[in-house]
Ligand binder design. Structure first.
Ligand code: ADP
Ligand code: UDP
Length: 304
């Protein structure tokens, strides 16, 4: 059984240090949970206004749509109505009622591995290997957001586009709903119950909410990689990815957001002894050897 999410519920102001998690490469910045801000990670005033108003609109819609709603009973995997991705916020609103939230899935039945690490560390590459060899479903939060952004009927296209370009973290209501919908769909279509959640959670509130309303994670795979290596990989990827954030300006912002906001999530999971660290500054095959060691140990006799 998993340990509870006690640590994740501790006040976020609590200063956590996990020396073992800190990068050792001298040229890589020191990770700290203190909240210093850097200019390169700060959007312009106009951009902030735009983000604030878009974010406010999304939250207003969420709150408005909750009004007069009775508390629905959460349903297990493979049951209940199919949730269209047309309205991702609807999914989370079900959880946002007073009282103790009920996770959508039981961690006895559904296995979630969070795959975390800086941009370009190689998460997606290794997830595809794991999908092939271990039968996990690979859900990239970034890919789900990009698909939602491109969906013509989406209300959140512009909002997602802005957040991704600025390297900022999209409000969790959107991302959690997309993830839960995708999990549900995979369970219904392929009866899969093992998930690699790639690039999520990137923020404490996302981690807490997902484990409360979807399912607690089993393990966190942390892809440790020096910044200069990630930078090189991202610039190379940017030559053909067509991604609006694989450019030097966006990359710098993403690095700052990772250091200041996402790395503390990894530290918090480390305090729960959930983190398995993989060294990514080596060829793909060698990284995968490390990843396989973790999975062979963790899931050798696991039926989930
Ligand atoms: N170990 C590795 N060595 C060299 N290049 C890699 C390695 N792992 C991934 N890449 C390449 O680096 C880029 C970023 O990898 P990706 O898996 O997309 O990272 P992430 O999902 O963490 O952003 C891709 O172009 C990928 O082909
Ligand atoms: O849970 C998530 C995952 C991704 N993103 C956004 O999507 C971008 C790209 O994330 P992805 O995981 O696809 O790429 P990576 O940065 O790991 O290369 C991030 O910078 C964020 O703007 C987000 O807001 N929430």
């Amino acid at each position: 059984m998993l340990r509870s999410t006690v640590l994740l519920r501790q006040p976020l102001t609590r200063r956590v240090t996990a020396q073992c998690m800190r990068p050792t490469t001298s040229s890589w910045r020191a990770y700290s949970t203190s909240s210093h801000k850097t200019n390169s990670g700060t959007p312009s005033f106009a951009a902030m206004l735009a983000v604030a108003s878009m974010g406010f609109a999304a939250y207003s819609m969420l709150i408005k749509s909750r009004e007069g709603q009775a508390m629905p009973r959460r349903q297990g995997a493979g049951q209940g109505e199919q949730q269209s991705s047309a309205e991702p916020l609807k999914k989370v609103q079900e959880h946002e009622q007073p009282g103790q939230p009920i996770p959508a899935f039981s961690s006895d039945e559904v296995t979630v591995v969070f795959v975390l690490g800086g941009p370009g560390a190689g998460k997606g590459t290794q997830c595809e290997n794991l999908k092939r060899d271990y039968g996990f479903v690979h859900l990239s939060a970034g890919d789900l957001l990009r698909a939602e952004q491109k969906r013509p009927e989406s209300k959140y296209g512009e909002l997602i586009n802005h957040y991704i370009r600025e390297g900022l973290i999209v409000p969790m209501e959107v991302t959690i709903a997309l993830l839960e919908n995708a999990m549900k769909e995979a369970m219904e279509t392929s009866k899969s119950t093992r998930f690699l959640i790639d690039g999520f959670p990137r923020k404490m509130d996302q981690a807490i909410k997902f484990e409360e309303v979807v399912v607690p994670s089993k393990v966190v795979l942390y892809f440790e990689c020096p910044e200069e290596v990630m930078l090189k990989r991202l610039l190379k990827r940017g030559e053909s990815s067509g991604r609006i954030d694989d450019n030097i300006e966006s990359i710098k912002k993403r690095f700052n957001v990772f250091t200041e906001t996402s790395f503390p999530v990894i530290e918090a999971f480390e305090k729960q002894n959930k983190v398995k660290k993989v060294h990514c500054d080596q060829p793909v095959e060698n990284v995968y050897k490390e990843v396989k060691t973790v999975f062979d140990t963790m899931f050798a006799n696991d039926k989930n």
